[in-house]
Design a protein around this ligand. Structure first.
Ligand code: TRP
Length: 447
């Protein structure tokens, strides 16, 4: 069956996996794992994905697939009361545009590293650190240029729609991403430090695990599965109703986790091989890795290019998924053409992105700092610490208390056993909201 505005089953899995697999997997997961000392953190993270992430993923998927509508309409349609006020739950989709603003800037940095990799990479940590610092604090024109290329590509892709744009780009880029990562993994097998990387990631050191590590794992599970923004809900709305959403969701979580682990193994093998620190933080990919690549001569250059290209691919497929919820909202609810919706949402995130990047430069940081945070950090904080957790709590409470249980049971048991449904329902009603409320209060500094 070919539906113009629908994904095929495999198209949905690739697109949702494309959304899930992003900078969060390849850039953030390894450095957070490094900061929390490896093994034990990985284990906690896997549990967070399984019990919390997947549960919320299924929650968004079930709402989307059954309502087959934009986020606001989906809440209204799924609610027991059909109360129109549920449309206000649609606020969650604006997080996507805000995240996209600074995500596009970071993707721009990565693109600049692709170009640098063709030339000369910095050969020591000091030079590498200074180069990165110059890029983000001084090089306004270059940053705007890269951000423009990224934003332009995202806009170009989504203009073509679900099938011809989003599904197609994922069908192309996801397999390529898989191939590049496979190549890098095979190369890391040949390094002596591969076994050190394996034991770093899989032998748990429980002394490193405290409340902060648990919450970091939970936050990472949310971000990496693209939850709390309406992305999964929106993509699922384009999943034909007869497709088994449970199986598809599990597939996505598996692909996402496999890629995060693979990226971790590759990066830690590289770091240990060069005798570098595993706890370098956000600069790991931008500062530590280039130095290592530079020490490996021509091969290092090939690896550097492949690595940064893989990051760009992973990031682009995530970026398109951040804008789509807003587009669908304007198209479905206000009858905008896709072009008009794209122009409005595209220029919004593009301009916000420029504000974000200016706020990190020495020239403008002072005038673009609010409540002690520059605009970039503020957008990150507002989304990942405030709006996304709120959206997730809202989604759980909504399903647990404002939606007909029989309806959910009927939908789930068409694909899975009653036991699985009951476990999911229990998690969504009691466990997940408590976990996320804890996370939320902690991020706000209350707990
Ligand atoms: N999951 C992506 C990553 O790991 C980021 C992402 C894409 C995202 N879409 C999202 C995060 C929607 C939150 C919400 O990089």
């Amino acid at each position: 069956m070919y539906l113009k505005n629908h994904f095929s089953r495999i198209g949905f899995i690739l697109a949702a996996a494309g959304s899930a697999v992003g900078l969060g997997n390849i850039w953030k997961f390894p450095y957070v794992t490094g900061e929390y000392g490896g093994g034990a953190f990985v284990l906690v993270y896997l549990l967070a994905i399984l019990f919390i992430g997947l549960t919320v993923f299924l929650a968004e998927a079930v709402i989307g697939q059954n309502a087959q509508a934009d986020v606001a309409t989906s809440f209204v349609k799924t609610s027991k009361s059909k109360n129109k006020n549920w449309k206000f739950a649609g606020f969650i989709l604006f997080s996507g545009l805000i995240i996209l603003s600074f995500y596009s800037v970071v993707l721009g940095w990565i693109l600049s590293y692709v170009f640098t990799s063709f030339g000369t990479l910095p050969s020591d940590a000091k030079t590498a650190g200074a180069a990165f610092e110059t890029l983000i604090s001084k090089d306004i024109a270059a940053q705007i240029a890269y951000h423009t290329i990224v934003a332009g590509s995202v806009i170009f892709i989504v203009l073509k729609g679900i099938k011809e744009g989003i599904e197609r780009i994922n069908l192309i880029l996801m397999p390529l991403l898989g191939l590049i990562l496979l190549g890098l993994l095979i190369y890391s097998f040949t390094l002596d430090s591969f076994s050190t990387a394996v034991s770093f990631m899989f032998s748990p050191d429980w002394s490193k695990i405290d409340g902060n590590a648990l919450l970091a794992a939970l936050g990472q599970a949310f971000f990496t599965l693209s939850l709390g923004v309406g992305t999964i809900m929106t993509y699922s709305a384009s999943l034909p109703k007869n497709v088994n959403f449970v199986k598809s969701s599990i597939m996505v979580a598996i692909v996402d986790t496999a890629i995060a682990i693979t990226a971790g193994l590759i990066i830690f093998s590289f770091l240990f091989e060069a005798g570098a620190q595993s706890s370098a933080g956000p600069g790991l990919v931008f500062i530590s890795l280039p130095v290592i690549f530079s020490g490996w001569g021509f091969l290092g250059q090939v690896i550097a290019i492949s690595f940064f290209v893989a990051l760009v691919f992973a990031g682009i497929t995530s970026a398109v998924s951040m804008i789509e919820p807003s587009l669908k909202f304007f198209i479905d609810r206000f009858n905008f053409t896709r072009r008009k919706a794209t122009v409005i949402c595209g220029s919004t995130f593009y301009l916000l992105g420029i504000v974000a990047l200016l706020s990190m430069t020495s020239a403008y940081s002072e005038s673009l700092t609010f409540f002690g945070k520059n605009a970039f950090d503020l957008m990150d904080f507002m989304t990942s610490s405030v709006m996304m957790p709120l959206a997730a709590i809202l989604t759980c409470v909504f399903l647990g208390y404002f939606v007909d249980k029989e309806l959910l049971q009927r939908i789930f048991t068409a694909h899975v056993s009653n036991l699985v449904f009951n476990i999911w329902y229990f998690l969504i009603k009691f466990i997940v909201p408590i976990a996320i409320i804890t996370l939320f209060l902690n991020k706000l500094g209350i707990l």
